[in-house]
Design a protein around this ligand. Structure first.
Ligand SMILES: O=P(O)(O)OP(=O)(O)OP(=O)(O)OC[C@H]1O[C@@H](n2cnc3c(O)ncnc32)[C@H](O)[C@@H]1O
Ligand SMILES: [Mg+2]
Length: 199
């Protein structure tokens, strides 16, 4: 099967812009902002289930992405629960949490959690899941970038970018191109791109 384009199911415009910036010259990236329920579980469980549900919702091939931020001192928390949006499928609301760790605590609150630990280390984890269609098993592509949680520096337009420092700069302080050369999302997309080359 040769894929002519990817249908990236996300409501997050920042993610979409980064995916298009990284993959745009390789393959066309369409977008549908379908609200897909996110279950609780491991990053991998959440990512796979999201893609399955997206493929069912659009009745076709779907690419989804899930981002987690793991604090080493907290043994990986908040991880995929940094942001859990209330989502619903028909009458069934699957996740009830209306506010995320980030929304609730803010950049300062997330920093304060770590003030009582020596280790400010963190890892940004990006997991893309591609599902060929309803009933198919999703394939995962994961990228990880190591960093540290710091007091906010730089523009505040994308999630926790201002408090995630990688090699001396926060993601928010980097030019877009710079973030897209080192980010968790970039590393996951390199794997997706390699896989696309074999399709
Ligand atoms: O529609 P989807 O793709 O689910 O988009 P989302 O915004 O709900 O995304 P997630 O469920 O993966 O939640 C991750 C949250 O983490 C934040 N986030 C994701 N990627 C990020 C990045 O590269 N830099 C900073 N914050 C990021 C941002 O606030 C997201 O809303
Ligand atoms: Mg989401």
């Amino acid at each position: 099967m040769s894929l002519k384009k990817l249908n990236f199911i996300t409501g997050n415009q920042n993610k979409l812009a980064e995916v298009r910036a990284i993959l745009g010259s390789v393959i066309e990236v369409d977008n549908q902002a379908v609200d897909v329920p996110e279950i609780q579980g491991t990053i991998e469980d959440i990512a796979k289930e999201k893609a399955r549900r997206a493929a069912e919702a659009i009745n076709g091939p779907a690419l989804t992405e899930d981002t987690a931020l793991e604090f080493h001192a907290l043994k990986g928390l908040p991880g995929p629960y940094m942001y859990v949006r209330p989502t619903s499928l028909g009458a069934v609301t699957l996740t009830q949490t209306s506010k995320s760790f980030l929304d609730t605590l803010g950049h300062e609150g997330l920093n304060k959690i770590l003030d009582s630990f020596d280790d400010r280390g963190a890892e940004a984890v990006c997991t893309f899941a591609f599902c060929r269609g309803p009933g198919e098993e999703p394939i995962l592509f994961q990228g990880r970038t190591k960093g540290a949680i710091v007091r906010p520096r730089g523009p505040t337009n994308f999630g926790w970018d201002p408090i995630f420092e990688h090699e001396g700069k926060t993601y928010a302080e980097m030019e877009k191109e710079e973030k897209n050369r080192v980010s968790h999302r970039y590393k996951a997309l390199v794997k997706l791109q390699q896989w696309l080359g074999h399709q």
